[in-house]
Design a protein around this ligand. Structure first.
Ligand code: VG1
Ligand code: CO
Length: 579
């Protein structure tokens, strides 16, 4: 093949968000849009990370992925990359990409040093919906802010990109290696099985035999919904073939370019079929399974449900951390530390304190956990946004979280599967609350509001913080049964490993009784702005941990909405999604 230098000019708005660049497909297919971003990424990396390197390119299989993969292959060849690895049919979950970078050895003994992940995660897909791209580094984690800032700077000055236009399209449906000759020598594309490396890693972490006993026990029943995302490419291999679950326990496990028209976000609103099956929906019927879970488009998120019971993600990571050492062989030597994102509830903090574990609070987005893990300071971490994971990779991991819960269930039911009453998901959560107290928690999302209005709302909340007396006056006027605000700030994080500082990571109002209100603007949307409001209240008294969460939080919710003048600024009388 030959290398062509193409002239181009900067395109506005290519700033990577919380997790890569996400835009409507119609934006991505504009001439030079993808090319500019990919070349800007190559230019942001050091030469040895590009020339002669092995890179992974794959994603959640959403619309435009197949075209994008061919373009990236041709640009990689032209930029002197030695080898591209592609998961069969271009499919690799985000956690599997991370695992592949860290663990996989190519047919010729090569190792990968980075990856382009093609996904817009939980955003819908299809010609009229979202596409996305992000770059992961040699540790298997998302590029740190230093790199994403550089990529963005490059997109603002780009003048040319390199592409091997005459390189034939590679058949990514067939496993094998295709070799080509270029001006600088050989260039290979290796297509490999999307699941094997990931499955191998999971088998090295969990006790598959004990999970298999649970899943095949007549006392237990199971259900997994991939929402037509890429988790489907792993679910059958792991849950059915390896662990003996019934095939009928898999819902929407065929990956689709448009996720079947749905919103591949595993929460109580969008994972409707699963929610119904688990006895939590309006059209529920029949006896629900004991355990249900769902994933998002790129399979890094998880929602865990018990029979007629929702596990909040903030509780989930706390419960996994509290039980990891006993229930999961990978952690048998102990946890190095635990971490959560700032808006995630403090349930994990209480576990860390009790078990005397190192604890970290980081800004939203998985990239901040990676440094802690690389430095051996953190084993288990999570976010309130249905993200849970560990230092086995450098991304959150939806299937890992399900296997962690199944491990805990298997452990708690060791003696119960042949006789005795099953310890259920709900039992485990209620027991946890009884021991550690309960963090009532909810998140209100206002999606696609006017960006200017959202900024004003946030600015107003920051301004208010200059006088806590004034804030407390307003709060008392709204509800007299709510505690006093004792602190207000914008969250700022200093990375304990590299000393880098991230500012403006969310507006916090902290109350005397440990309650919190947090306001953030989303960094993953593709249109308008999304305001996220996080509401949390701690209850230590075991006789009061059984309340309905929306009811328990009602006073704080009222304060949050009125204090922020939510309706006044956004025109919305209700959130788009409540989780
Ligand atoms: C959201 C979540 C955040 C998560 C991010 C990426 O970001 O709040 O916790 O890490 O999505 O998840 P934001 O900026 O929209 O609040 V995924 O599964 O979309 O890659
Ligand atoms: Co995701």
């Amino acid at each position: 093949f030959n290398v062509t230098k193409k002239l181009t000019s900067p395109i506005d708005g290519q700033k990577p968000g919380t997790s890569g660049l996400r835009k409507k497909v119609k934006v991505f297919i504009q001439p030079n849009y993808l090319e500019n971003f990919v070349q800007s990424t190559f230019n942001a990396l050091t030469t040895e990370k590009v020339r002669g390197a092995t890179l992974v390119v794959s994603g959640d299989g959403r619309y435009y992925s197949k075209d994008a993969i061919q373009i990236i292959i041709k640009m990689a060849a032209a930029n002197g990359v030695r080898r591209i690895w592609v998961g069969q049919n271009g499919l690799l979950s985000t956690p599997a990409v991370s695992a592949v970078i860290r663990e996989r050895v190519g047919v010729d003994g090569s190792r990968a040093s980075g990856a382009f992940i093609l996904t817009a995660s939980h955003n819908p897909g299809g010609p009229h919906e979202d596409f996305g791209i992000k770059y992961n580094m040699e540790n298997g984690g998302p590029a740190p802010e230093g790199i994403t800032d550089k990529i963005y700077e490059n997109t603002k000055t780009i003048k040319e990109y390199l592409i091997a236009e005459d390189l034939p399209n590679v058949d990514i449906s067939a496993i094998g290696v295709s070799s080509f000759g270029g001006p600088e020598g050989q260039f290979d594309v290796e297509v490999f099985d999307s699941a094997s490396d990931y499955v191998k890693l999971m088998k090295s972490i969990f006790d598959f035999e004990s999970i298999r006993k649970l899943l095949t026990s007549p006392k237990f029943s199971f259900c997994y919904d991939a929402l037509h995302g890429v988790a489907g490419a792993y679910a059958k291999r792991i849950f059915v073939e390896e662990l003996g679950a019934q095939e009928s326990s898999l819902l929407n496990c065929v990956p689709k370019e448009d996720f079947g028209g749905g919103h591949p976000d595993p929460n109580l609103t969008y994972a409707k079929e699963l929610v119904d099956r688990m006895g939590l929906g309006k059209s529920s019927s029949g006896e629900p399974p004991e355990f249900g879970a769902a994933a998002d488009g790129d399979a890094d998120r998880n929602m865990v449900l018990g029979k007629r019971f929702f596990v909040t993600p903030s509780d989930s990571v706390a419960i996994i951390a509290a039980n990891a050492v006993e229930a999961i062989p990978y952690f048998s030597a102990g946890l190095k530390g635990v971490a959560r994102s700032m808006p995630t509830s403090a349930a994990l903090d209480v576990v860390a304190k009790n078990l005397k574990l190192k604890f970290f609070e980081v800004p939203t987005g998985w990239k901040f956990f990676g440094n802690l893990m690389d430095a051996g300071m953190c084993s288990v971490c999570g976010e309130e946004s249905f993200g849970t994971g560990s230092d086995h990779i450098r991304e959150k991991d939806g299937i890992w979280a399900v296997l962690a819960w199944l491990s805990i269930l298997a452990y708690k039911n060791k003696g119960n599967l042949d006789g005795g009453k099953l310890v259920s998901v709900e039992d485990i959560v209620r027991q946890h609350w009884a021991t550690y107290g309960r963090h009532y928690y909810t998140r209100y999302d206002y999606e696609n509001v006017d960006a200017g209005a959202a900024k004003e709302l946030m600015a107003n909340l920051v301004k208010l913080q200059s006088s806590l007396d004034e804030v407390n006056g307003i709060v008392k006027g709204i509800r007299s049964d709510v505690a006093k605000v004792v602190h207000g700030d914008e969250f700022e994080y200093k990375d304990p490993v590299d000393g880098s500082i991230s500012k403006h990571q969310g507006i916090r109002y902290l109350f005397e009784d440990g309650s919190r209100l947090v306001f953030r603007l989303s960094g993953t949307g593709s249109e308008g702005a999304t305001i996220r409001l996080y509401i949390e209240q701690y209850e230590k008294d075991p006789s009061k941990t059984g309340r309905d969460s929306q009811e328990a939080l009602a006073p704080l919710v009222e304060v949050a909405l009125k204090l922020s003048k939510m309706q006044e600024f956004t025109g919305r009388s209700a959130p788009t999604v409540i989780t």
